[in-house]
Write a protein that binds this ligand. Structure first.
Ligand code: CAO
Length: 415
């Protein structure tokens, strides 16, 4: 079966996490992704957080599936010539260097466009134009500057970053959408363009509900669905809301049977208005269905803590999976807090290809997250990440270099 992006060739200058997540997605959709790495060194993540000596780390292998790797010294004049040829023959160039690195390399956008007017140059940067445009950025910096950290954490605790890599992988997703959109527009215009996804912007995009709440707070001085209400006075900025749902339907993390020993024996419980009657029946508080203090969503808001405490009395008598089964019978939205161990062992996630086992020649078998986006006409087969420079000769030959030229460039340490 053909793949959605078959025939699209990507010149992949990405490293660490944000850029590689983007190009990995494109590779899963069938693009030919040629990852360019510094000879002898490669992407720094190959050697970071290693669990097996001399084997590419899981950090690297889990972000670079389905790609080819070539080594190239782009600071060498002969390397620059090779790069010019690569730019001529690729549809998209993706990079997440520190600001200005591409210019210092001698390849500003104007030059890249001159070499190949159809090429799309896609970049991840920490910030868009503005006071911080020149700053280097890593995941947690983006979470802090994009509004996630100030709105995450316990109401009386410090700002908190989340384990979900919304700054890196989140920005990679945004960039991938920008690239396919630019490819789509190129069909009509014949021209390439520059695509920028700034990490701060991407995090903020994922935090837009908090900017919504900021404006609601400024207008009404209160956020009734937040755990601060009604006891604690609100300040000027959206406060941290603990595990409150953040939406129109109140929710909370509640203890389940075994919580004293198991740090993940919890369930997320949403008191969706539509199933309030069913919730009351399940927990044995049927009079709450008609009691004016609890009968409507508005009436319940000042009593959220008491309501969730009562529901927790019930959830504590069930394991998180038992509670899930019972609540689902009544269409009550809820979800067990799953540990990574439980997710890794989940058979249904294996069957859909969301968790995949991959074989690697040096490290052996390992688990990875497969393509979370399923296309019915473009199925994803996850293949292992490339070894450093594994495809240098193959790609150079495809580009028209002879065996002698390849040997010469190798001897001169250009590739
Ligand atoms: N041949 C020769 N030189 C190469 C090369 C190659 N194939 N590939 C890269 N280089 C050079 C670059 O040109 C750059 O040289 P100069 O500093 O002389 O211009 C140098 O390698 C280092 O690149 P860098 O500055 O991007 O790398 P760093 O490790 O110092 O910074 C990071 C890493 C991530 C902080 C920075 O790249 C960055 O801010 N990127 C944008 C934001 C981003 O994506 N952050 C997410 C990272 S994942 O958490």
């Amino acid at each position: 079966m053909s793949k959605a992006l078959e025939g699209v060739r990507i010149l992949d200058f990405t490293h660490v996490q944000s850029g590689p997540t983007c190009t990995q997605l494109l590779a899963w959709f069938g693009a030919d992704v040629i990852k360019v790495e510094k000879a002898g060194e490669g992407d720094a993540t190959r050697g970071q957080l290693r669990d097996i000596p001399d084997a590419d780390s899981l950090y690297f292998t889990m972000l670079n599936h389905n790609k080819r790797s070539i080594t190239l010294n782009t600071k060498d004049p002969k390397g620059k010539e090779v790069l010019v040829n690569l730019i001529k023959q690729c549809d998209v160039m993706v990079e997440n260097f520190a600001p200005g690195a591409l210019d210092r390399m001698g390849f500003p956008w104007e030059k890249i466009q001159e070499i190949n007017p159809r090429i799309i140059l896609a970049s991840v940067k920490g910030f868009g134009p503005g006071p911080y445009v020149d700053c280097k950025v890593y995941e947690n910096v983006a979470q802090c500057t994009g509004g996630a950290a100030s709105t995450t954490g316990d109401p009386d605790g410090v700002p908190m970053v989340t384990g979900a890599q919304i700054g890196d992988s989140g920005t990679g997703l945004h960039l991938a959408l920008g690239i396919v959109t630019a490819l789509f527009q190129r069909e009509k215009t014949g021209r390439g363009q520059k695509v920028l996804a700034a990490m701060q912007d991407s995090v903020l995009n994922l935090c837009r509900v908090k900017l919504r709440d900021q404006q609601r707070l400024e207008r009404t001085r209160v956020l009734k669905e937040y755990p601060q209400y009604p006891e604690i006075e609100f300040g000027e900025a959206v406060p941290r809301a603990g595990n409150a749902s953040g939406g129109g339907q109140p929710g909370a993390v509640l203890k389940c049977k075994g919580w004293q020993k198991d740090p993940n024996a919890y369930i997320y419980f949403i008191t969706q208005a539509a199933v309030w009657g069913a919730i009351c029946k399940v927990i044995g508080e049927e009079d709450w269905i008609t009691n004016p203090h609890f009968a409507t969503p508005e009436a319940r808001l000042p009593h959220q803590k008491m309501i969730f405490d009562r529901i927790e009395e019930w959830t504590k008598t069930k394991t998180k999976f038992e509670a899930m089964d019972i609540l689902n019978e009544f269409d009550i939205p809820c979800g067990p807090i799953l540990s990574m161990k439980e997710i890794a062992e989940d058979q249904s996630l294996r069957e859909t290809g969301t968790i995949v086992e991959v074989d690697h020649p040096v490290r052996g078998k390992y688990l990875s997250v497969g393509n979370p986006i399923k296309l019915s006409d473009s199925p994803t087969e996850v293949t292992r990440s490339p070894l450093l420079g594994e495809h240098t000769a193959e790609v150079m030959a495809q580009m028209g270099y002879s065996a002698e030229q390849i040997a010469e460039l190798k001897a001169a340490r250009v590739i």
